[in-house]
Structures are given as structure tokens and as C-alpha cells.
Design a protein around this ligand. Structure first.
Ligand SMILES: Cc1cc2nc3c(=O)[nH]c(=O)nc-3n(C[C@H](O)[C@H](O)[C@H](O)COP(=O)(O)OP(=O)(O)OC[C@H]3O[C@@H](n4cnc5c(N)ncnc54)[C@H](O)[C@@H]3O)c2cc1C
Length: 429
């Protein structure tokens, strides 16, 4: 059995060895053009990594936003100790340090047969290999009375930026004694511990400023990531499971939310149960971002099936899909995972273009969640391919925070803050 400490050591070492091995290779020069859709954790990492592996490959990153705002850290904004502006990331380093071409537009369509993408201004960009990392969109058709056009009134805050600020402003405007309802989505969705970190961060804010208030989590699932750690930490900090609990968790997988009355901030479930909120944070059911659907990269699940060794789409050759949009079970949809998948994909693309041998991939993921500003918890895992080409967990590796002693949770919180700085540097700088 590998201990948690041994795992952290092993995973960082194996990632380093993996990179060192690569730099020793002498890549052939190439005039290939790799186009990347989406400048989030997946797309930015892939762009940087391909240029690091073989600078002769032309890489073009297409992303509509002038700067990226990280979702990691955005729950901390709701707690009041992080500014949304501090989550802004520039694309400047990808351009100036790694010579990645950047086009700030949206891709409207992909032509997989003729190998080009069409931008929103109708310009066509040809590619030899395409990497698609567009993140998620929402399945609004599953809810009555609410969609993208009303998300300024009932913010999901599941894409960081204006949505985060809207939710924060509503919390600040709420009366002491108000009720915040968080609707946690069904699996799969981006950031499995995210709704529960959000509840912790809102509780942290309310405890200081509006202590008579309550948070009700209505969950489409019967269990969730790091559940026992969240429950124990909520007991310690927010009176969870007592008569005076600030957080209530209700699991309603057989009684899903069907309808939202925007004006009254009220929701109704399948069985006709009504919940009224002062602040309603409905996090919708998710799917791969729309461009993946219009390009025919998704299966009936709404996500993109891929060959895990290369991340190449099983539906369209020469197109690779990474990050939240891709099916990489049991790896969760996270920024850390998108970064790891992008590295595996970058190696695969460079090797394919140079006709080098494929590598044996290994993925590492850690998800941190803060409980208060100074206390946190985590879950970590290492993944590999089995003989059938399926991703499996490496037995004995990884684990969760071993106990909820104050000193342990303080170390975890410090690690969470350092991790955010590191992953942003690793992906964008
Ligand atoms: C509240 C919250 C907290 C989180 N905390 C953590 C955390 O602590 N740790 C962690 O590991 N993960 C966390 N995550 C998850 C993480 O943010 C995502 O898993 C990660 O961003 C996925 O990266 P991606 O590249 O797949 O997608 P994204 O980061 O969403 O990037 C996709 C990009 O594609 C662009 N795009 C979309 N369509 C097009 C198009 N047609 N043309 C061009 N560009 C397009 C978008 O503008 C976007 O910039 C959190 C998520 C949330 C919501």
C-alpha cells in the first residue's frame, strides 16, 4: 500500500521523469499546423506543450476572450477574501515566450473532411491536426422557466467572471436570516467537489456577516466527492447535522427540479415540492460545449468519446478532444485533469506528426476545496491505461485528506492556494 505522502512524491517525480525523457528526443522539423479551439486549461496547456516539444510545428490557439478567468478560486470570491480580478490570466506569454499564434474569435464550424475550421467572421483556418478543448455548456431544455437569457437573475456561476460577480452581489444584498439554495447538478459535471466548496465558502461569508442565514443544497445525486470530509468539516465549522446547522444537504435524485419561477425565486420538483430562496444558485445539468455538438464530436451522452492514448476522437480522425468536453472516465472533469490530458495529447500529436512511437500515458489529478479561508481538504488519484485501452485508477495511489485536525486542514488550505498559482503558471506561462 502506498501512503498519501509517498503518492505525492511519486506522482510529482513520475511527471518530471516523463518530461525529462521527452526533452532528450531529437524531433524532426515539421511544417505541420496544429489548431487548438479553446484557451482554457486544456487548450492553453496543449499549445504551450506542443511548442516546447517541437518548436517547428505551427500552433494557432483560437479563443474569443482577450483574457481567461479561472474557475478554480472563483468560489473563494463568494467568501469575500479573493477578488475576481485576481483570477484573470493573460495569453501574452503563450504568444511571446512560446510563439503560439492567437486568434481572438469564436470557431463557428469545423469541417472534419476538408480539415479546416471557420471562424465567426467566416475566415477559414486549415489544420493538419485539430485539438478541441471548449469546456462545457448547459442543458437548459431540462428545466422549465429558466435558460441562458435569465441567468443574470439566477446566476449559475459555473463559468467564472460576470456570473461569479452576480452571485456575489446577490449574497451581499441578501438580508440576515435569508435562505440560499444551491442546486447541485447530476453527474458528470465540471469540478465534482465544486458545489460543496461553494456551500462552504458561502457559509464562511454568512457566518461572519449574516449568521441567521441558511444554505440548502438540493442535490441531484445520492453521494458526492469528498462527502465525509465535507460533512465532518461542516460539523466543525457550520454546525452541520445539529438543530442550528447553517448548511442542509438534501439528496433528491428521484425527484429532480423541473421548474423555476424566476420572479419569486422559487423552484418546483417533479413530485411538486416547492423551495423558496432569497438567493438561488441553480447549477444546470451539463454537456460538452456547443461547438463539439455542431461538429459531430459527441455521442448520445452529450460528451466526446476519445481514444485515451491519443485523445483522438473516435468519431472524426485527426481531431483530438481534451478537458471537460471529452469522456475520460474515471478521471474527473477538473482544471488539473484538463492540464494532464493536454500533456498526454500534446505528446501524442507531436509523435504522430513526426511518426514517432506512442507513449504510455499516466494522468494525475488532485482537487482541493476550501472549507474556510484557512482550512481545506483534498482528493488525489493517479490513472493509467489498461490492456483494453480503458483508463483505470492506479491501485494504492492517491487518497483523501487523512483527518480533519486543524493542522492538517491548514496545510491543505495552503496547498490549495499554492496549487492554483502553480497550475496557472504551468498552463499559461
Ligand atoms: C466554481 C468552480 C470551481 C472549480 N475549481 C476547480 C479546482 O479547484 N480545481 C480544478 O482542477 N478544477 C476546478 N474547476 C474545474 C475547471 O474550471 C474546469 O474543469 C476546467 O476549466 C476545464 O478546462 P477546459 O480547457 O476543458 O475548459 P475551459 O477552461 O472552460 O476552457 C474552454 C475555453 O474554450 C473557449 N471556447 C468555447 N467554445 C469555443 C469556440 N466555439 N471557439 C473558440 N473557443 C471556444 C471558451 O471561451 C473557454 O475559454 C472548477 C470549476 C468551477 C465551475
Amino acid at each position: 500500500m502506498i501512503s498519501r505522502r509517498q503518492f505525492m512524491h511519486l506522482s510529482s517525480r513520475s511527471a518530471a521523469l516523463w518530461l525529462t525523457g521527452c526533452h532528450k528526443r531529437a524531433f524532426n522539423s515539421s511544417s505541420a499546423h496544429v489548431v487548438i479551439i479553446g484557451g482554457g486549461f486544456g487548450g492553453a496547456t496543449a499549445a504551450k506543450m506542443i511548442k516546447q516539444l517541437d518548436s517547428s510545428i505551427k500552433v494557432t490557439l483560437i479563443e474569443p476572450k482577450q483574457h481567461y478567468i479561472t474557475c478554480p478560486g472563483s468560489n473563494w470570491v463568494l467568501a469575500g477574501f479573493k477578488k475576481i480580478e485576481s483570477l484573470n490570466v493573460s495569453y501574452q506569454q503563450l504568444l511571446s515566450r512560446y510563439d503560439v499564434g492567437i486568434i481572438h474569435q469564436k470557431v463557428a464550424t469545423i469541417n472534419p473532411e476538408k480539415h479546416y475550421v471557420t471562424l465567426s467572421d467566416k475566415q477559414k483556418i486549415p489544420y493538419d491536426r485539430l485539438i478541441v478543448s471548449p469546456g462545457i455548456d448547459f442543458r437548459w431544455e431540462l428545466i422549465e422557466g429558466h435558460d441562458n437569457s435569465t441567468s443574470h437573475l439566477i446566476p449559475h456561476a459555473w463559468k467564472a467572471g460576470i456570473q461569479t460577480t452576480l452571485l456575489k452581489n446577490q449574497l451581499q444584498a441578501m438580508k440576515n436570516g435569508g435562505t440560499v439554495v444551491i442546486c447541485a447538478p447530476p453527474n458528470p459535471f465540471r469540478c465534482p467537489p465544486g458545489p460543496y466548496e461553494r456551500a462552504s465558502m458561502i457559509a464562511y461569508y454568512l457566518k461572519q456577516h449574516k449568521p441567521k442565514s441558511k444554505i440548502i443544497i438540493l442535490d441531484a445525486k445520492s453521494q458526492f466527492s469528498k462527502q465525509q470530509l465535507f460533512f465532518k468539516s461542516w460539523e466543525k465549522h457550520y454546525g452541520f447535522a445539529s438543530n442550528n446547522s447553517m448548511i442542509e444537504w438534501h439528496s433528491i435524485p428521484d425527484n429532480p427540479i423541473r421548474k423555476i419561477d424566476i420572479k419569486n425565486r422559487q423552484l418546483e420538483t417533479d413530485f411538486g415540492d416547492i423551495f423558496k430562496a432569497d438567493v438561488l444558485n441553480y447549477i444546470p445539468t451539463q454537456k460538452a460545449a456547443n461547438i463539439a455538438h455542431t461538429a459531430g464530436l459527441c455521442d448520445e451522452s452529450g460528451w466526446c468519446p476519445v481514444n485515451h492514448q491519443t485523445s483522438e476522437s473516435t468519431l472524426h480522425p485527426d481531431i483530438h478532444v481534451i478537458g471537460d468536453a471529452s469522456i475520460q472516465n474515471p478521471i474527473p472533469k477538473s482544471a488539473f485533469a484538463a492540464n494532464a490530458e493536454a500533456k498526454v495529447c500534446a505528446f501524442a500529436v507531436v509523435n504522430l506528426l513526426n511518426q514517432f512511437e506512442a507513449i504510455e500515458p499516466l494522468w494525475v489529478n488532485t482537487c482541493y476545496s476550501l472549507i474556510t479561508q484557512e482550512q481545506g481538504i483534498s482528493i488525489a488519484m493517479v490513472y493509467k491505461l489498461n490492456q483494453q485501452g480503458k483508463i483505470i485508477k492506479v491501485t494504492g495511489a492517491g487518497g483523501v485528506t487523512p483527518n480533519i485536525a486543524e493542522a492538517t486542514l491548514t496545510i491543505e488550505a495552503n496547498n490549495a492556494k499554492r496549487w492554483l498559482k502553480t497550475i496557472v503558471m504551468d498552463s499559461f506561462k
